[in-house]
Design a protein around this ligand. Structure first.
Ligand code: AHR
Length: 322
């Protein structure tokens, strides 16, 4: 009998804790209202990221107001202003581009709403305009891609002609990946980047720009570096349609490590992918809890990642969560 009563009490306690957000943030029914502005739905990576954020910022602990910016900064600024007007507890967002945020972030600060950056960084004059930033080290991802190219080209004479499919113009991943890649590839004078153009992180644009590269360069392309897997997958299609063998005639490295990339590697069409983990939801949720509770948080939280090659694709594919 006693055991039954204490069991019921334990259940009641658990229900009460769940009701008040696992013991965080005050009285029962107190949820943290988060305004989240997402970049868009441009890639497999982004879809996985959105899912992870929505799962982690779920009721009853969180009351999530989610807005999709469709890759447009003006839409994000509108969304942030609307979150400020609604008086949300915390704003989180993944900025489409790096610059142009000072004014709206000042407005959030004046309203006393803390801002957490996720995935992509901003360049602002006053660092106190955001509380913390969780995301990958995009410069290092670019370096990793270049190191793979150098390793893969061992013993090959120069010139080795590279084309680059860049991400969204002005975005942190496009700027940083380009910087990291150039820094490392520039140390070996066999390599020359013959063409660089944005494919806006999408498959359709990746294909279109690769078609233009192939038209301009003919069979004179040795390596493709794509800032994300989706653009590489689009480019693979363009390469096949041009009668060439992706992965053989043109060696290909991209970034993200989504399932589509592993499938392309398994088929021998993509040579390597540098991991960029989109499953930021749980860590983001913890930062939001901490910021909301006024606890100190690190200024920067970096996500741990690796590099995968064709020979690992088959074994790794069943483990991929995105
Ligand atoms: O900001 C992360 C980048 O954005 C991913 O690499 C890309 O796939 C996405 O669209």
């Amino acid at each position: 009998m006693m055991r039954k009563v204490s069991g019921v009490l334990a259940l009641l306690c658990a229900a009460m804790l769940a009701g008040c957000g696992g013991g965080e943030g005050g009285g029962a029914g107190d949820s943290i209202t988060v305004g989240f502005s997402q970049v868009g739905a441009e890639s497999e990576w982004r879809t996985a990221n959105t899912r992870s954020v929505k799962e982690a910022l779920a009721p009853p602990e969180f009351n999530l107001r989610f807005s999709d910016a469709q890759q447009k900064q003006e839409n994000q600024i509108k969304a942030l202003r609307s979150f400020i007007a609604q008086g949300v507890d915390v704003i989180a967002f993944s900025p489409v581009v790096e610059t142009g945020w000072d004014t709206v972030l000042q407005e959030a600060k004046a309203a006393g709403i803390p801002v957490v950056l996720t995935d992509r960084a901003v360049k602002v004059s006053d660092e106190s305009l955001y509380a913390t930033f969780i995301g990958s080290d995009f410069v290092e991802e670019g370096r990793r891609a270049a190191r793979w190219v150098i390793e893969d080209s061992e013993g090959k004479p120069g010139p080795i002609r590279i084309v680059e499919l860049q991400g969204t113009v002005g975005s942190a991943p496009a700027n940083d990946r380009m910087r990291g890649f150039k820094e490392v590839i520039g140390e070996d004078d066999r390599f020359v980047i013959v063409r660089s153009q944005s494919g806006d992180f999408t498959r359709a644009k990746g294909k279109e720009v690769m078609e233009a590269f192939l038209k301009a360069e003919g069979g004179n392309i040795d390596v493709l570096f794509a800032h994300n897997d989706d653009m590489a997958i689009g480019a693979i299609q363009a390469i096949e349609e041009a009668g060439l063998k992706p992965g053989t005639d043109i060696r290909i490295v991209s970034i993200d490590g989504v399932r589509g990339a592993f499938e392309a590697m398994k088929a021998g069409k993509l040579n390597a992918t540098v991991e960029c983990n989109p499953l930021l939801g749980p860590q983001l949720a913890q930062l939001i809890r901490d910021v909301h509770a006024g606890r100190e948080v690190p200024r920067r939280v970096v996500v741990e990642e690796g590099v995968f090659t064709q020979d690992q694709a088959e074994a790794e594919l069943p483990n991929r969560k995105y």
